[in-house]
Design a protein around this ligand. Structure first.
Ligand code: BGC
Length: 376
């Protein structure tokens, strides 16, 4: 009898996994079935265990997708999920994690706002024997983290910079072009890696004068935007336009690290009288948000980085299964992510640069968005 119930459960789960694989990224999870790395049948059974998921904010589309992809993939495996968003309020995230610990979570998946602020609460998780998986953003300065699922963050910066290099024909000596930088949040370890990736490609063009930063603001401390705020990015663009581009200088490139920044940058340009198609700079981005994709189709934004959050969730789920049921998750990097206490075994997914030339192929043909979503 027990065997029968187990079989029925397994079949039901297989069905619900199959069902969620038909939904695009805007809804729940798509394509990759959740348990590629864990083969045993007990490992695919959540056994009533609870996974607490702490996400940073719902103000940007990607985290909503990440949360729902994780939730549906974990639930399909029989786990109970407690999914919380902290709306970029550091203290709220600490409280949410505290609550997950006291209400008996068996495992935590954390995409931090300010990982420094989580050191104590993560120590508390460890004391309670609750394993922690870092999601997309590394949890710094703690030994409480078991695994890390992310993208190749340095590679994100490289991809964005390579887009600029190719678009502006820099490798063939073109220029000079004016560029301004909009880097990520200083409390997010990813932001530092993104920035390092960008400058690994573009520094030589700043050095030889093919790229000119009129404001002179190229250091991360000067270009970083706290909490990835669209408003701050807009204000920064407004200030730069007023301070350095009001005497006839053209801004050629706004190197934006995040689609949210790109919306703010575009709003500032529009506010200053710039028009798409006339003197409109190249604006990069990251996350392939729906609005960014529409803006790419209309020429308002030039590029973004597609991060398939379905795959990221799948890798993370494999890690959750490993810490809860035993076994080894899929790891492809055991060197890069030193959080100052330990090197955290990681899986790095691949970021892909998107512009108008490959948008349909990458985002629609893969089922990430539908043609209708994009108004095609
Ligand atoms: C993520 C990016 C995202 C940014 C802002 C980073 O940690 O890796 O994909 O654009 O946070 O939410």
């Amino acid at each position: 009898m027990k065997k029968l119930i187990a079989l029925a459960l397994t079949a039901a789960m297989a069905l619900s996994l199959a069902a969620c694989s038909t939904t695009g990224a805007g809804g729940a999870s798509s394509a990759p079935a959740a348990s590629t790395s864990m083969a045993s049948s007990t490992a695919t059974m959540g056994g009533g265990k609870t996974v607490g998921i702490a996400m940073p904010t719902q103000s940007s589309q990607r985290w909503i997708q990440d949360g729902s992809n994780l939730k549906s993939q974990l639930e399909a495996l029989g786990y109970t999920v407690d999914l919380q968003y902290a709306e970029d309020d550091v203290q709220a995230q600490v409280s949410q994690i505290e609550n997950m610990i006291t209400s008996g979570a068996d495992c935590l998946v954390v995409a931090s706002i300010d990982s420094q602020a989580l050191v104590n609460v993560l120590a508390q998780a460890k004391d309670n024997g609750i394993p922690v998986v870092a999601y997309d953003r590394l949890l710094m300065d703690t030994d409480a983290v078991s695994y890390y699922a992310t993208f190749d963050n340095f590679g994100v910066g490289v991809e964005i910079a390579k887009y600029v290099e190719a678009k502006m024909d820099l490798a063939n000596g073109a220029g000079p072009y004016n560029i301004e930088f909009f880097a990520g949040s200083p409390d997010d370890n990813n932001a530092h890696l993104f920035n390092d990736g960008v400058f690994s490609v573009l520094q030589k063009y700043l050095d030889n004068g093919q790229l000119v930063c009129q404001s002179g603001q190229t250091d991360f401390e000067q270009t970083a935007i706290l909490r990835w705020s669209q408003e701050t990015a807009q204000k920064r663009m407004e200030d730069l336009l007023a301070g350095y581009y009001s005497q006839g200088q053209d801004l050629d490139i706004a190197l934006s690290m995040f689609d949210g920044f790109s919306y703010g940058i575009a709003a500032a340009l529009e506010g200053a009288g710039y028009k798409v198609g006339e003197q409109w700079p190249i604006i990069t981005g990251q996350d392939a948000e729906l609005m960014a994709c529409k803006n790419i189709m209309s020429g308002k934004q030039s590029q973004t980085i597609y991060k398939d959050t379905r795959v990221l969730a799948e890798k993370c789920v494999g890690m959750v299964q490993a810490v809860l049921e035993g076994g080894e998750p899929e790891i492809n990097d055991s060197e890069t992510y030193n959080n100052n206490v330990k090197v955290v075994p990681s899986y790095l997914c691949t970021p892909v640069s998107v512009d108008e030339s490959n948008l349909k192929e990458l985002l629609v043909d893969s089922g990430y968005y539908t043609a209708e979503d994009l108004g095609m």
